[in-house]
Design a protein around this ligand. Structure first.
Ligand code: SF4
Ligand code: SF4
Length: 260
């Protein structure tokens, strides 16, 4: 697979999907996706979803807490690149007007406009990023996670253009020298020219662990569960509390909900 990807880059260039390279793209797209493990410890769901309780985060969390970000970026070897144009983000804070574009109005409490909201991939049930990827490097898993196969990614960035949430980052440079945390040898590092994003910690679910951000949040501000199961923790919270999703009008059907 790696040689296919390199051949493609040589022939087609990183951004230009020329006609001459179409057979290679088709060959990549037709290859079977990675198999899922049948580890008995795997946490199972019909459709994983997350509720982000921003009230708990703001009211009970310590000021400037970034435990969830640190946990996520540590287990996934996410590089720490300061340049905003090149930074890699799996989970990050954003202000209201960026987080909920189009849902703001002049009467929203001023303090809410200034508070940070946690952003991550929405693992949309109807994801435009998956539709536009020419090599199936991004795809839906049976449990609703929008996955990335880094080896299939040819760096065309169509998925980044397709995602209306800015949930994807592109490695403009080799990320490995910028990993500041202890290297997690059990999770792959990426290379220049590859897109990456939150994966709902599928590799942890596989061995019976909750997502790293959920585990790291000391105030219980991140709730993770099966949104198709009426008895799940996520469904109970959704039934009891008013929640918002980002840009629901686009029809992407995000699986990340916010209590604000
Ligand atoms: S948030 Fe963006 S990257 Fe994530 S599934 Fe939706 S469209 Fe794809
Ligand atoms: S679910 Fe996992 S990959 Fe996604 S933001 Fe949380 S820790 Fe990161």
């Amino acid at each position: 697979m790696e040689s296919n990807r390199r051949n493609f880059l040589k022939i087609g260039g990183v951004c230009a999907l020329g006609l001459g390279s179409l057979p290679i793209v088709k060959a990549l797209a037709q290859e079977k996706g990675p198999a899922f493990s049948s580890d008995p410890r795997r946490l199972v769901a019909k459709r994983w979803a997350m509720v982000v309780d921003m009230k708990k985060c703001w009211e009970m969390g310590k000021p400037g807490c970034k435990d969830c970000v640190l946990a996520c970026h540590t287990v996934h070897n996410v590089p720490d690149i300061k340049d905003e144009q090149e930074e890699i983000k799996w989970i990050w804070p954003e202000q209201f007007n960026h987080a909920f574009t189009g849902q703001e109005n002049e009467f929203i409490p001023a303090e809410m406009k200034e508070k940070p909201f946690l952003m991550l991939c929405n693992h949309c049930a109807n994801p435009p990023c998956v539709r536009v990827c020419p090599t199936k490097a991004t795809f839906k898993s049976p449990d609703g996670i929008t996955m990335m196969d880094f080896h299939r990614c040819i760096g065309c960035r169509y998925c980044m253009a397709g995602c209306p949430y800015g949930a994807r980052s592109f490695n403009w440079q080799d990320p490995r020298p910028h990993i500041q945390t202890e290297l997690n040898m059990s999770f792959p590092t990426r290379e220049r020219g590859v897109v990456e994003k939150c994966n709902f910690c599928t590799e942890r679910l596989e061995v019976g662990l909750l997502p790293a951000c959920v585990e790291a949040c000391k105030v219980g501000g991140l709730i993770f569960g099966d949104v198709e199961d009426p008895n799940s923790n996520v469904r109970k919270v959704l039934a009891e509390r008013f929640t918002m999703r980002r840009k629901p009008e686009l029809g992407t059907q995000p699986n990340v909900y916010y209590i604000v």
